[in-house]
Design a protein around this ligand. Structure first.
Ligand SMILES: *Cc1c(COP(=O)(O)O)cnc(C)c1O
Length: 404
């Protein structure tokens, strides 16, 4: 057999558009919550591919679903439906508030579909100018022009003006501020039940309840962006279930495919018919390969054992992090739900989150940041306790470097 082309980390700088700054090693293999790089150095994975690898790496359930489907049918295009996508749609609608699903390939696309649906519902309402979208500061909804404009971090959107207009931003968890901008011209409110990229900030229950009431009052769609919080991440299938607040539209991606790219927009029979044949679409959405993997991953996660396991691991993680923090005193607050955990750095260590993840890498641990001051962990939902212990031991060595 021919040797594969030899590549190194420095080739990234040679050949890749420089929108990322990846770590200085290249992962080549993964199993469970461990990864190995080109030098065969082992890492504990507390990053989970940014809340994606819900079953860790190379889980037999996902591998079997993928390889079985790979020998049958990969793609047919949307002129035909397929069995895996219909099964996945049944699973998603039977286990959530939703009646209808639109499939796509990423979180951004799911949110793009949600925002376009809201604009269409607003148009169909007959209320003049019902196109306003209310979103929140520091929110993250993806990188297409519409979703990056809905996101609340101007540094990601300002270079691409002119931006889609009609989007207002107010402070997250500030119901009075939201009340001031939601009116008859509002077609949608889009919100993350826990802001992920923005720093792992859970919504207050009264805030989400208040948004629900305002959307009902003014006939606006309540869109929950559950791209990061969905599919078991918080210990419930979706975070809205923890809050007891039901949206009109929910977007899901990341963990949905367990590592295979897939996204979906969920909605109800009331709103789905505002989209008709030709109003929206995508070539790969609902592709049999992606749907087969997502169906198997979803079935595995949506059991009391796995979901309870996430809650148990949350506590286990928190206990370990608190013990570590008692010794090193680097975090002000440790927050989040389930296995979406954010550690907020004390003021004296402001801006050091990236350094901590770099040092963690040196010690053999993959970890994430959520802004400059928050270290974030989104491991596999089934990470073994001994891997948590080992990862915490490696984190401890990274924190020791910080404390020095
Ligand atoms: C990651 C993320 C997105 C974007 O998903 P992509 O698959 O990267 O397009 C959108 N919303 C939230 C809350 C996310 O965490």
């Amino acid at each position: 057999m021919e040797q594969p082309i030899s590549v190194t980390r420095s080739n990234f700088n040679d050949w890749m558009v420089p929108v990322f700054a990846p770590a200085n090693f290249i992962p080549v293999r993964g199993e469970g919550s461990r990864i190995w790089d080109q030098e065969n150095k082992e890492y504990i994975d507390f990053a989970g591919g940014i809340a994606v690898n819900a079953l860790g790496h190379a889980h037999p359930v996902a591998v079997n679903a993928l390889t079985e489907q790979a020998t049958k049918l990969w793609h047919v295009g949307n002129g035909y439906t397929n069995e895996p996508v219909l099964r996945l749609a049944k699973q998603l609608t039977e286990n959530t508030f939703a009646d209808k699903v639109f499939f796509c390939n990423s979180g951004a696309e799911a949110n793009e579909a949600a925002l376009k649906l809201a604009r269409k519902v607003g148009l169909d309402s007959g209320v003049a100018g019902k196109s306003g979208i209310v979103a929140f500061n520091n929110a993250f909804h993806g990188r297409t022009l519409f979703t990056v404009s809905a996101g609340g971090q101007p540094k990601y959107s300002q270079d691409f003006a002119p931006l889609p207009n009609g989007i207002s931003h107010v402070a997250y968890n500030d119901l009075e501020a939201a009340k001031a901008v939601i009116n008859e011209q509002t077609c949608a409110v889009i919100v993350e039940p826990i802001q992920g990229e923005g720093g792992v900030i859970p919504a207050d229950i009264e805030f989400l309840k208040g948004l629900r009431a305002l959307c009902d009052e003014f006939g606006a769609l309540l869109i929950f962006d559950e791209v990061q919080t969905g599919v078991g991440r918080t210990g419930s299938l979706y975070a809205y279930m923890n809050y007891g607040v039901t949206p009109d539209v929910l977007t899901t991606a990341k963990a949905l495919g367990g590592g295979f790219p897939v996204g979906a927009m969920l909605t109800t029979d009331k709103f789905a018919p505002h989209f008709s044949v030709g109003t929206h679409g995508t070539t790969y959405g609902g592709n049999p390969l992606a749907s087969a993997v997502a169906g198997a991953v979803f079935e595995f996660i949506n059991t009391p054992e796995v979901l309870e396991g996430v809650k148990h691991r949350h506590q286990y993680f928190l206990d370990a992090l608190n013990t570590l923090n008692a010794e090193y005193q680097v975090f002000d607050e440790i927050r989040g739900q389930g296995l979406l955990i954010g550690c907020v750095l004390k003021a004296e260590y402001a801006g050091k989150a990236k350094d901590i993840t770099t040092w963690a890498g040196e010690e053999g641990l993959l970890a994430l940041i959520a802004g400059p001051n928050v270290v974030r962990f989104t491991p596999s939902l089934i990470i073994p306790e001994q891997d948590i212990d080992e990862g915490i031991a490696r984190l401890k060595r990274a924190l020791a470097k910080l404390a020095k």
